[in-house]
Each structure stands twice: as structure tokens, then as C-alpha cells.
Design a protein around this ligand. Structure first.
Ligand code: SPV
Ligand code: MN
Length: 585
């Protein structure tokens, strides 16, 4: 080990070399050596301990990737103006096949391209190597991962969002590999290449976390692929414990980015706000959070609607704010906050003043914080056995068709006609035009590395393995009449309570051709008890009258789409049955 590092002419301290030797893992050594040889940093730093986390915090400030704010532990980071969200068009799955809905590139070609961009990219910089566990330690859910990066901000984010884990790499262990370099931050040369064959992701010329922090959405592509091969689920889902009359019931919830997932996570006991690994154990679906932090959207966070997040963002605690406005007094402002809008400040584009007629913060501006900062954190958040999942929510941002809450007839009915049929208005979490409707099954299409039909086949087989089957619900917080939303933010509490009551078996539901719908009387009681609101029958009718012609159009549209991609028969049959039920009604 020592000799090959010397051969590379690198500055590597004896302490670092000892650390590597302790691991005695040739795969780790090879990965570090190959990356160092390619990227040519002047030194290597292994991040394995609390002390190293401190070092990274300092480096983030020294390199000016982060600026300290006046509250202890708070820093701000700016991404390039053209690098404010996930870059779909620059992200490729490396495969020689053509896969519907997946942005692919021939493997050899993609590797050649990205390796040439990475060549020498770390010259004059330190290369950081972070060791992590996705999911709890000592757990069947666990996946090991190494992030290499020349950006202290990226490693700082990983340190907040994931469990640092060095010891588990001892021996001949396998792990997921992430290579990132900010390169010259030439956004035209931004590339994210996902190599399923080697469980490796390369990312260059970007710092926006969704493109650079490997363990988040880049790892998701690798773990979906693994999950489908191994018969479990790796999902873009929050995990939340909701209180019922008979105790806590854990749900998973998937919503497209920017459509209510984080705020739903705050309505109960928090385990995860973004990702879930789900396995069948003794006939029960159990889930863990691969992460231990939150990378959340900050726009619109205010003390009334989001008291818990507001508190997390205002106490002395580790927070990285990204792409918000930095004010003259060393604090931050974002659009939609309680604070008075300042006259001027600095944002991701440079100097900003209120007379410029531009937003002060980017709509995808974010905060990065550890889960332990949240007062609603669930005691099982790091439980190696996970928690039992009794409900699954699939939510969309739909302005005109879907009712606020519905329950599926069965697991496969829910998976196909709710989850796999999701169409949602686009938000600022992805670069591109907002508000266009997009097909986004399970809110996971952006991260799909394989044929969607294969993914759904695995989902449906997973359903069949379960002896205790979770109830599946569809949510839509965004129904409108004209320009007016038909629900307020707090109404979500009622929809959630209704689903908890369904899980506990304490309310009935109305049978309709598309699923099971709440009774007015039940919702009326919940609105009164929970929100102290009189829920009028007219409101119920506006929200829950089924627009069956629109549901029929949607079902036909989705059916055609799945026929076109030759989805499994079960998917087609569920949709055809739904269509028949609507037509007969
Ligand atoms: C999302 O957009 O779904 C996020 C943030 O959770 S990102 O890391 O950009 O994916
Ligand atoms: Mn997400």
C-alpha cells in the first residue's frame, strides 16, 4: 500500500496509511489507488472519525465552499447558478441496451467520456475518502459505501446525511463506490455516469447535492438494481410513525420531489423523509432509512405550517443552508419564511437587492441537517430490524383529477393503479420547466436504472410474499378549482388520520370503481376534532366527487403506456379491470 502511494507521488500521512492497513481490504485499497491515479490530487485524507468530521467542517470553510453564519453550527453553500437542481439530461445509466424512460449511454463510451473529464481533475486539491453505512449498522438492510470527492462541502453533506462507518469495511467486504470531482465547475461538462456493472457512480463538474452527494440519489440507482435482483424494495419514500388509538402505525410515503413528502414526515414520528429500504421478514414488510439526515426544500418553510423544521433551522445545531439569501448580519432569508424580506444580500447569483424583482432564494434552495435535530424523531430511527410497515402512501401534485385520499382494494391494485400510475406536475427540484404533468411512477422514474416493467414485477412479487399486507393509499394535496386550492396545508392531518383509522379498522369506506373513499361523516368528525373546523358537505362534494371521465382517460393513457413497454401481464390486467369497472359504473 505504502509503496503504491509513493509511486503515485502523493502526500499521504503515516496516519492515513495505518488506517488503510488496519482495514486489510484489497478492494478499498484498489479503489482509492485507482481514483488517486486518475484524478491526481496532491494528498489523500480518509474520513473515519468524529475528529475527521471536524477537519472537513474546517476545510469547507477554508476553501470557501461554505461560509459560517452567525448562529453556531450554521453555514451557507452556493451552487453554480446553472447547477441548482438534479440534472436529468446530464445523468446516464451506462448500458448498451435501450431502456424506456431511462437516459442511457453505451458503457464504453460513457466511461471514456467521464474518465477523461476526471483525469487530473483534483490537481492541487486534497482527495477525501469517506466511509459510510447506508442503513443501520449490524443489520440485514445495510449497504456499505465509499464516497471519494475533492469537495469538502460534498463530504460534509455526506457526514451529516449518512452513518460514518469504518470498521465494517474490514476484510474482503463489497461496497458501493462514488467518485466525485467538482472539476472546473464547467456546467457544460457536467456528467453523472452510473455504472451498474461495477456498482460505481462518477460525477463531475457539479456540486448540487442531488448530483454530487453519491449516497443520496446516485446510490438509489444502484440499490434499486440490487433490490430488484434480490427481491426487496429500495424506494423514494419517507418512513413515518402515525399515532392511532391502538398505538403507532408506521407508513411509507412517496411523493414527487417538492410535493409534500417532507411536510408529511413532520405530521408524525420521523424515521425518514426521503428514502426507504423495505424487506419482507417473516411475512411482514419492514423498513429502514438508509440516511440519518434531511436534505429538504426550504422555500415556504414558516413557523406556522412547519413549526418543527422552523425550530431545527433556528437553533444552534449543524445546518448547511444552500442557495438561500445570506443577509448582511450573517443570517439567512428564504422566500416564504416568517422573516421580513431584507433589502439586500448575497445569493447564488451574487449581489441581490429587493428592487431587482427576482426571488431572494432559489425555489430549490435547501437545508442539510441531521435527523437527531428533529423533536419528532422516532425512537426506532436506527433500529437494525426496521419498523413494520402497515400503510403505503403514493402522493401526487395533481390540480384537476385525483381526489385528496383513496384506499386501494389490494396491494397489486394499489401498486398498479395508484403507485405505477402517478402523474404529477413538475417542480423546481429538477432542472427544466415547471408545472408540466409528468408520468412519475412511485416518484422514482428519475432514478430508474432498469426496465420499469422489471421494477414493477418485483414490486408485485413483493406484495405476494407478505402475510400482513400494508394498506395502500393515494394522496393528492393539490386539487384546485380555478386558481383556488380546495384544501389548506393542515387538511393533510385529516387525510392521514383517516388512513390510520382504516389501518386500525375503525372506519368504513365507500366502494367506488377506483377504490375505497372516505364517508363524509367520518371526515366531518376528524375535521372538528383535529382542526376545530366545520367541514361542509359542499366542500366534501367538491373534493370527493369522482371525475370518472378524467379517471377513465387517465387509466387508458397509463394502460397504453404499459402495453407499449410490454409491462408484466399483471400490470395490464389491473388497469384493464379498473377501466371495466369505470365503464360499468
Ligand atoms: C429530490 O429532489 O427528490 C431530493 C433532493 O430529495 S435530491 O438530492 O436533489 O434528489
Ligand atoms: Mn427525494
Amino acid at each position: 500500500m505504502r509503496s503504491s502511494f509513493n509511486f503515485l507521488n502523493l502526500l499521504v500521512s503515516d496516519k492515513m496509511i495505518k488506517k488503510i492497513e488496519i482495514l486489510n481490504n484489497p478492494n478499498v485499497e484498489e479503489f482509492i489507488e485507482k481514483t488517486a491515479e486518475l484524478c491526481n490530487p496532491y494528498s489523500i485524507y480518509l474520513v473515519t472519525s468524529e475528529e475527521d468530521k471536524d477537519y472537513i467542517r474546517r476545510k469547507a470553510i477554508e476553501t470557501k465552499e461554505e461560509i459560517p453564519l452567525k448562529t453556531l453550527g450554521h453555514t451557507i453553500h452556493f451552487d453554480h447558478p446553472l447547477d441548482q437542481a438534479r440534472a436529468r439530461d446530464d445523468t446516464f445509466i451506462l448500458t448498451d441496451e435501450k431502456i424506456p424512460f431511462v437516459n442511457t449511454k453505451k458503457r464504453e463510451e460513457g466511461l471514456r467520456e467521464v474518465l477523461s473529464l476526471l483525469k487530473g481533475s483534483m490537481k492541487g486539491r486534497e482527495m477525501y475518502v469517506g466511509f459510510y453505512s447506508l442503513g443501520p449498522k449490524n443489520s440485514i438492510f445495510q449497504h456499505l459505501a465509499i464516497q471519494i470527492s475533492d469537495s469538502p462541502y460534498v463530504i460534509h453533506s455526506e457526514n451529516i446525511l449518512y452513518r460514518l462507518d469504518f470498521d465494517d469495511f474490514k476484510g474482503n467486504k463489497q461496497f458501493l463506490k462514488f467518485v466525485h470531482s467538482k472539476g472546473e465547475l464547467n456546467i457544460r461538462k457536467r456528467r453523472i455516469m452510473i455504472d451498474l456493472k461495477e456498482d460505481t457512480v462518477y460525477s463531475v463538474n457539479t456540486t448540487y447535492a442531488g448530483n454530487s452527494v453519491g449516497l443520496k440519489k446516485l446510490a438509489l440507482r444502484l440499490t434499486i438494481n440490487k433490490a430488484v435482483k434480490e427481491g426487496w424494495l429500495s424506494e423514494h419514500m419517507a418512513i413515518i410513525g402515525f399515532e392511532g388509538d391502538k398505538g403507532t402505525h408506521y407508513f411509507t410515503a412517496s411523493f414527487p420531489s417538492g410535493s409534500g413528502k417532507t411536510s408529511t414526515s413532520m405530521m408524525g414520528k420521523l424515521i425518514s423523509d426521503d428514502l426507504a429500504f423495505i424487506r419482507e421478514i417473516d411475512g411482514v414488510a419492514r423498513a429502514v432509512n438508509p440516511e440519518v439526515g434531511v436534505f429538504g426544500i426550504i422555500q415556504g418553510i414558516n413557523s406556522k405550517d412547519d413549526p418543527i423544521i422552523w425550530e431545527v433551522l433556528h437553533k444552534p445545531n449543524e445546518v448547511i443552508f444552500s442557495n438561500v439569501l445570506m443577509t448582511e448580519d450573517g443570517s439567512v432569508y428564504w422566500e416564504g419564511s416568517d422573516d421580513k424580506r431584507p433589502e439586500r444580500g448575497i445569493n447564488y447569483e451574487g449581489f441581490w437587492s429587493s428592487d431587482m424583482n427576482k426571488p431572494a432564494s432559489h425555489p430549490n434552495a435547501r437545508f442539510t441537517v441531521p435527523l437527531t435535530a428533529f423533536r419528532n424523531l422516532d425512537e426506532n430511527y436506527d433500529n437494525p430490524d426496521g419498523v413494520e410497515i402497515e400503510g403505503i402512501i403514493f402522493g401526487v401534485r395533481d390540480y384537476d383529477t385525483l381526489i385528496p385520499v383513496i384506499e386501494a382494494f389490494s396491494c397489486s391494485h394499489g401498486v398498479v393503479t395508484i403507485g405505477a400510475s402517478m402523474e404529477s406536475a413538475r417542480t423546481s427540484a429538477v432542472i427544466g420547466k415547471g408545472d408540466e404533468y409528468e408520468f412519475n411512477p412511485m416518484a422514482i422514474l428519475d432514478f430508474m436504472p432498469i426496465h420499469l416493467g422489471e421494477y414493477l414485477r418485483n414490486y408485485l412479487e413483493f406484495c405476494k410474499k407478505l402475510k400482513k399486507v400494508p394498506k395502500i393509499f393515494g394522496f393528492n394535496y393539490f386539487l384546485k378549482e380555478g386558481n383556488r386550492f380546495l384544501n389548506t396545508k393542515e387538511d393533510k392531518k385529516v387525510w392521514i388520520k383517516w388512513t390510520v383509522k382504516r389501518v386500525e379498522g375503525s372506519v368504513d369506506a365507500i366502494y367506488t370503481p377506483i377504490g375505497l373513499v372516505p364517508y363524509y361523516e367520518d371526515l366531518k368528525i376528524l375535521f372538528r376534532n383535529m382542526l376545530n373546523k366545520e367541514y361542509k358537505i359542499e366542500d366534501y362534494e367538491r373534493q370527493f366527487t369522482l371525475k370518472l371521465d378524467k379517471y377513465l382517460e387517465k387509466t387508458e393513457r397509463i394502460l397504453k403506456l404499459y402495453k407499449d413497454i410490454q409491462a408484466p401481464k399483471e400490470v395490464i390486467v389491473e388497469l384493464e379491470e379498473q377501466k371495466e369497472r369505470i365503464l360499468k359504473y
